[in-house]
Design a protein around this ligand. Structure first.
Ligand SMILES: Nc1ncnc2c1ncn2[C@@H]1O[C@H](COP(=O)(O)OP(=O)(O)OP(=O)(O)O)[C@@H](O)[C@H]1O
Length: 586
């Protein structure tokens, strides 16, 4: 709650900083609409002059007295037209630019956040925030202009009433105070409700995106109804929230409209008429006072219906500001240099680590390991021992809680993350391919790679044989997440991507565990070429795939257990021997 309050107060400032070249258009639009409000609220002043002149000297009015009010009316109309047009177009353009800048800034910001953020966030919620909340904000800036105009119109109207008669202005201020107090009482509840609805919308988008992403799993388990139920629960909560909001909104807006459009003008009219009857006001003054009030209050009552959009925009701005306030857990030090890789030696020196949010549980506990340059080190051990965590620390997805990780003697915390990741190529168990052409996928590793270099990488990865058969070759569209490829083909493309990157260090995290025997042979051949001459960290469940490694490390409960080559471990390590027996490896 405290977080949200902080974001609430800092949101407008944080966000307006991203308005960029839209800022002046917005400021201009919001200022110009005041000119429009002044022009519009002056209309009853013309009535006043006309009526009072007719009352004093009708003949004079017919001869020349009409000219002044007519000129005034023309000036008001001209100012109104120009100011309204400019205010509306500037605000629209400014809001669109602001939202666009914000979308870009949010995406860039999210990209810079660390792994822990992605572990605790829903991708769908983030996408909703970046796209829909910024759109909401744009709409709210636009609707807010009309609200601002109506409030300004009412305040200027009260000022004009004071110009005609201070006592009547006092009455108008009292009537306005009732509206303000009513608003202050109800608005916080409306804001809270709007925020809840937007959060629920984000959560449901997250669930929806997740369920669509795992539709093969849902189909395989006939669990579509379960997913549907989860999405329905979310949409049901959104419906209930929206209904409650609508009830609340009308409980607020309807009495307010009644007060502004009925109670207040009648009171002003009757008190004015009474004062006119007693000779302290002229009839034109009474009409003008009534007209001033009606001009402002009618406008305000009309735009109060847009309040939900404005509130939704405010809630969206809080969510957006909260995301922008999010700081990466792993950050580059100021002026950190790039890592200069010379030999590609890696060392874990007394590394301890606990995942953020689970600080009490050490996943790595004084983990010591040296990866000699150009050699292959394999990590084996029971599930949950911490093998993948070792790889995540080498990629600097997280910083160790204790000890240090070095490449060529340089602590990874002293250099930029980008330079660390540029030095390392990774192949995961489930190779991720993005939608777009194959060439585009491979160029993620090296944007400047030529088609010839891509083909060479594909050949080295045993992938060219199937790619060359495709009609469009490397320009073939892969489809979202590469679903049109077999597991082995995907793996070989992922290897080709790392080949193209040509890193000094390679990490393979269960890169072959999901493959069948024939797919594995081709992938292993490709991997042999990839690992040759590079410092490699290979995480494997199956010992058969790593028996050739220069050193094999048995990881147990976050520590280095036994260490050696396959044959030496068979002699010295009972744990390793038992793994080999379980997997029938001689
Ligand atoms: N993002 C995370 N947040 C919190 N805990 C995590 C996270 N990722 C992994 N863990 C925990 O850290 C421990 C080590 O996980 P890790 O994935 O490194 O093990 P592993 O040896 O690679 O296991 P496997 O062979 O099953 O992949 C496990 O207990 C796991 O539950």
């Amino acid at each position: 709650m405290a977080r949200s309050d902080a974001a609430r107060t800092s949101a407008p400032r944080t966000l307006f900083g991203h308005a960029g070249d839209g800022a002046w258009l917005l400021v201009g639009g919001y200022v110009l609409i005041l000119v429009d409000a002044v022009a519009q609220s002056l209309t009853p002043a013309v009535f006043r002059v006309v009526l009072n002149r007719i009352q004093h000297d009708p003949h004079q009015f017919v001869r020349t007295g009409w000219q002044g009010p007519a000129l005034g009316a023309a000036a008001i109309a001209g100012t109104f037209l120009v100011a309204a047009y400019l205010a509306h177009t500037w605000t629209r353009r400014g809001a669109a630019r602001w939202a666009n800048n914000l979308r870009g800034a949010l995406y860039e910001h999210v990209q810079r956040l660390s792994m822990d953020f992605f572990h605790r966030s829903h991708v769908g919620d983030l996408a909703a925030l970046i796209n829909q909340d910024t759109e909401r904000l744009e709409l709210a800036v636009w609707q807010g202009l009309t609200l601002w105009w109506a409030v300004a119109l009412l305040l200027i109207s009260v000022g004009l009433i004071a110009w005609v008669d201070p006592w009547m202005a006092l009455l108008a201020v009292g009537l306005l105070a009732v509206a303000v107090v009513w608003t202050l009482l109800v608005l916080p509840r409306l804001r809270r409700h709007t925020r809840d609805i937007r959060d629920e919308l984000g959560r449901t988008s997250g669930t929806l995106a997740e369920m669509l992403g795992v539709n093969a799993l849902l189909k395989a388990f006939n669990a579509e109804d379960h997913a549907l139920g989860q999405v329905r629960d979310g949409t049901e909560r959104i419906r209930a929230g929206s209904e409650t909001f609508a009830r609340l909104q009308h409980r607020y807006a309807d009495p307010l409209g009644f007060h502004l459009s009925f109670v207040a003008p009648f009171l002003l009219l009757f008190v004015g008429a009474w004062r006119s009857a007693t000779g302290t006001l002229e009839i034109g003054d009474v009409v003008a006072i009534w007209g001033f009030w009606m001009r402002g209050s009618t406008a305000l009552t009309a735009v109060i219906t847009t309040l939900p959009e404005v509130l939704a925009g405010m809630a969206a701005s809080e969510r957006t500001a909260e995301l922008l306030d999010e700081r990466p857990a792993v950050a580059d030090r100021p002026h950190a240099p790039a890592l200069a890789v010379t030999r590609g030696g890696v060392a874990f020196e007394g590394v301890s680590f606990a995942y953020p949010g689970r600080e009490s549980r050490l996943v790595l506990d004084r983990f010591d390991l040296t990866l000699e340059p150009g050699q292959t080190t394999a990590l084996v051990g029971p599930s949950g021992a911490g093998k993948s965590t070792v790889a995540q620390l080498l990629l600097r997805f997280f910083d160790p809680t204790g000890g240090r990780v070095t490449i060529d003697g340089r602590d990874l915390r002293e250099v930029t993350q980008a330079s660390v990741r540029a030095a390392i190529g990774v192949v995961f168990q489930d190779s991720v391919l993005v939608s777009g052409s194959l060439a585009r996928n491979l160029r993620l590793a090296r944007p400047t790679a030529t088609d010839e270099e891509i083909v060479t990488a594909l050949e080295a990865a045993n992938a060219w044989e199937f790619v060359r058969a495709w009609d469009d070759g490397v320009e073939t569209e892969l489809g979202e997440r590469g679903v049109t490829l077999s597991g082995g083909q995907r793996q070989r493309l992922a290897i080709a991507r790392v080949m193209l990157k040509d890193p000094a260090i390679v990490v393979l995290d269960e890169a072959t565990s999901a493959l069948d025997a024939s797919g594995e042979r081709l992938v292993l051949g490709a991997l042999d070429r990839l690992l040759a001459g590079r410092t490699s960290l290979v995480i494997a469940h199956r010992i058969a795939t790593v028996r050739q490694a220069d050193q094999i490390v048995v990881v147990e409960r976050g520590r280095v257990g036994d260490i050696g080559t396959h044959s030496s471990l068979l002699r010295t390590s009972a744990t390793y021997r038992s793994y080999c027996r379980e997997q029938a490896v001689a």
